[in-house]
Design a protein around this ligand. Structure first.
Ligand SMILES: *[C@@H]1O[C@H](CO)[C@@H](O)[C@H](O)[C@H]1NC(C)=O
Ligand SMILES: *[C@@H]1O[C@H](CO)[C@@H](O)[C@H](O)[C@H]1NC(C)=O
Ligand SMILES: *[C@@H]1O[C@H](CO)[C@@H](O)[C@H](O)[C@H]1NC(C)=O
Ligand SMILES: *[C@@H]1O[C@H](CO)[C@@H](O)[C@H](O)[C@H]1NC(C)=O
Length: 272
């Protein structure tokens, strides 16, 4: 005898539907996992190439090759800054006068501004930094693959794959500085010019007085801010500059910067 004979038909159909749904759901999840696993080694390259193609005049496959040779097959804690020299050479970033924007601890406000207004460029807006911004990668000894998880960072070792890249790239960016240079620093923290920042440890030291005329600090400062342009750390910054490079500092509220971000008719020189 059919054990389910006494059950109403609708319920049986419903439970079969539920089982089918669960099975289909599981298949979908398994499929997605398999797809993610097979695609994973390629995602970094795919992202790199997609972002690279937004910049004119680059052989993006060649740029990828120059980048990849820095870390593939290497211990991810033994990648020096110099390993990225071929990438820097292939990117061939030209000096940009009066347009370069450096930053420290102002990531969101500065990028919101440079994305909406095209008068200034941060390193992340150039081919040097854009292709890998926000990403993680490393290689492994005895492997020709690129990994995007379990890669060492600053906490693990000094010469880590990603850290060495940003150190090298920021140095190249600072080397390209020319004319009037801008730096957006954070006035809402005690030490706007921190000696451990990339800006302090790499970039400021590279400003060449034969090319750079001035450094203009935009100190993003709210009314209740803890510090201002008179802060000692900013005096230290001034001292770090090579002779002949002029220094200015101006306190500007975030609201004022946002006002400029959303009003393209305001000339950039009037933003602060
Ligand atoms: C990191 O690499 C540099 C060369 O770029 C080297 O001088 C330094 O000793 C290395 N640091 C460590 C901890 O291995
Ligand atoms: C890695 O090496 C294997 C075997 O030598 C080769 O088939 C594969 O194409 C290589 N992969 C990459 C990403 O170079
Ligand atoms: C800047 O901050 C110092 C204390 O850190 C304060 O004495 C000074 O009045 C401030 N200057 C201005 C212009 O707000
Ligand atoms: C100003 O700079 C000094 C030295 O870099 C720092 O120790 C201090 O906390 C800073 N901020 C204020 C609000 O004084």
């Amino acid at each position: 005898m059919d054990r389910e004979a006494g059950r109403p038909k609708g319920k049986r159909r419903r439970s079969r539907g539920v089982i089918l749904g669960v099975v289909a759901g599981l298949l979908l999840i398994v499929g997605a996992v398999v797809l993610a696993l097979t695609l994973r080694p390629d995602t970094l390259k795919a992202t790199f190439l997609t972002r690279c193609k937004e910049f004119k005049g680059y052989d993006c496959e060649k740029l990828w090759g120059a980048f990849e040779q820095a870390y593939v097959g290497r211990d991810p804690c033994k990648v020096s800054r110099e390993a990225y020299d071929p990438f820097i050479a292939a990117a061939d970033f030209k000096p940009a006068c009066n347009r370069l924007m450096f930053w420290s601890k102002t990531k969101d406000v500065v990028h919101d501004f440079t994305k909406k207004r095209d008068c200034y460029l941060t390193v992340e807006d150039t081919v040097l930094g854009s292709v890998l911004n926000g990403l993680t990668w490393c290689g492994k000894e005895g492997s020709n693959e690129t990994f995007t998880t379990n890669c060492p960072g600053w906490r693990d070792c000094e010469n880590n794959t990603v850290g060495s890249f940003w150190n090298r790239v920021s140095t190249a960016f600072a080397d390209a500085a020319c004319g009037d240079v801008t730096a957006m620093l954070n006035g809402n923290i005690a030490t706007p010019f921190s000696p451990t920042s990339i800006f302090a440890s790499n970039e400021v030291k590279r400003f060449d007085s034969s090319r750079v005329k001035s450094l203009n600090v935009v100190l993003v400062t709210e009314k209740s801010a803890v510090t201002n342009c008179t802060n000692t750390s900013l005096k230290d910054l001034q001292k770090e500059l090579k002779q002949g490079i002029k220094y200015n500092c101006k306190e500007v509220t975030e609201a004022q910067i946002q006002e400029c971000s959303s009003h393209p008719e305001i000339p950039c020189e009037a933003c602060w």
